[in-house]
Design a protein around this ligand. Structure first.
Ligand code: MN
Ligand code: MN
Length: 465
């Protein structure tokens, strides 16, 4: 018979129990805190996919990255960037090994759920100037009412001139708001299903209430708003047809909890991964394998369009890079490894019934290595091989990164996808690795600073491998 001691030793030897990063690496609490100060600044500067690309390019150029020129020779240690239409961006550092021995792809997305203005957004109704919106990505519409919103975007005039709009971020700026009913009068609305609590056509943004004082003017409040827009930006009503204006939550990133262990901010899906990936890309110098970090666009609406991962832009970049280096692009793909860096839904104790705790990621337990995503029996998942998972897990373990494995919620509770399958389609071994998030796709999402720091450590280890 085994003694109590022996059984405890066997448990220690054989059983596996995930551990909070703070328990495994208490020394990282302070480091994570410092890392996340700059992360919060990045979030506040980068509330649209265009702003994400601008911020990254600014940081990259400060660190010596040069625009990729397919006619120029490259040598190990060279750092280059490729700007895809101002909405997605590629950073690369040339490695010691030839490209046909494979590269390290790290791909996150910079677009986030939001409210886009329609092509003819401005209207006047019963004394208010309102903007009509069409939401982008999966949102729970009722969450977007009764909170201050900021307006970000571009108006492109027909002569090609681009006007940048950013209102609601400076302390003295006005903000905008979608109204909701008061509980005293919401009896009928309360009977709607939660998914229809606020409907798509009810996401109207209030932008003005003072009319122009003149007889016979058709829409005096709307006209007064147009006047202000014209005064500040020189635009007219019809110019909004050729604009891309995004309404986003106006608040800044803040610490959450007495212990300041977490961050609440807009857009952490997927800017928590994007920031970690980019910081890892900045750190790497003369890696073994060339590293290619991509911050892509359109993930939240299915990766369509020429700035999303279903486009050939990454393939074209890789083809050009391989031409410069004199190797075949397909040899490069075949020997490459990719981490598709996207967030996953962390276990939420308040809504525990949609999660399967043993196989769900938890806040504070490190980046999540996900073999597959998808829905209804892994449909649309790229389903990484055990060999691929083992390679990545080995890299993380060797470098002391705390990680966890997981899948998104209970079987058949719902599901979701990432860009992993687009890269796997290119004949690249691909796996999902990203930050656990609570309240994903809500105006303000919740993450753990320790997770973000270890995601950065994970990406750094991966790029060095
Ligand atoms: Mn995402
Ligand atoms: Mn998402």
């Amino acid at each position: 018979m085994k003694t109590q001691e022996e059984i405890k030793d066997i448990e220690k030897e054989l059983a596996y129990k995930p551990e909070h990063i703070a328990i495994r690496c208490p020394e990282d609490i302070e480091k994570a805190d410092a890392f996340c100060e700059d992360y919060k600044e990045f979030l506040d500067l980068s509330k649209t996919e265009r702003e994400v690309v601008n911020t990254i390019l600014m940081m990259a150029e400060e660190r010596g990255f040069k625009e990729f020129d397919p006619k120029k020779k490259l040598k190990k240690g060279d750092k280059i960037f490729f700007n895809n239409r101002g909405k997605s961006v590629i950073l690369a550092t040339i490695g010691k090994k030839p490209l046909d021995e494979g590269v390290r792809f790290d791909i996150a997305h910079g677009d986030c759920p939001r409210l886009d203005l329609k092509g003819r957004p401005l209207m006047e109704k019963d004394g208010f100037a309102l903007l009509k919106t069409h939401y982008y990505g999966g949102i729970r519409k009722y969450q977007w009412t009764a909170l201050p919103l900021a307006m970000h975007g571009v108006v492109v005039l027909k002569n090609g001139k681009k006007i940048e709009i950013r209102i609601g971020e400076e302390p003295k700026d006005p903000r905008f708001m979608i109204s909701d009913l008061l509980p005293h009068l919401s009896k009928t609305q309360d009977e709607r299903k939660l998914s229809e609590g606020v409907k798509g056509e009810e996401l109207n943004i209030i932008v003005g209430n003072i009319p122009f004082a003149a007889e016979g003017v058709k829409n005096p409040v709307k006209l007064a708003v147009l006047y202000i827009l014209n005064d500040r930006y020189g635009i007219k009503e019809q110019d909004l047809e050729t604009a891309e204006i995004e309404m986003v939550p106006a608040e800044k990133a803040v610490d959450i909890g007495f212990d300041r262990s977490m961050i609440s901010a807009y857009g952490q899906d997927d800017r928590s991964c994007a920031y970690s990936a980019v910081m890892a890309a900045f750190d790497v110098t003369e890696p073994e394998h060339t590293s290619i970090t991509v911050i892509t666009d359109k993930e939240e609406i299915g990766s369509y369009g020429n700035t999303g991962m279903s486009s050939w832009y990454l393939h074209h970049f890789c083809e050009d890079l391989c031409d410069v280096m004199g190797v075949k692009v397909r040899d490069m793909y075949r020997n490459s490894l990719c981490v598709s860096s996207d967030v996953s839904a962390a276990y939420d104790p308040t809504f525990s019934d949609v999660f399967e705790k043993q196989n769900n990621c938890q806040l504070g337990y490190g980046p999540v290595l996900e073999k597959y995503t998808g829905a209804r029996g892994k449909s649309s998942a790229s389903d990484a091989s055990a060999e691929t998972i083992a390679r990545i897990a080995g890299i993380l373990e060797n470098e002391g990164v705390v990680y966890q494995t997981g899948e998104l919620g209970k079987v058949d509770a719902g599901g979701g996808g990432t860009i992993a399958h687009f890269v796997a389609d290119m004949d690249v071994d691909t796996i999902d690795l990203g930050v656990p998030v609570l309240s994903m796709h809500a105006p303000y999402e919740l993450t753990s600073k320790l997770d973000i720091y270890h995601t950065y450590k994970a990406f750094s280890a991966f790029l060095r491998s």
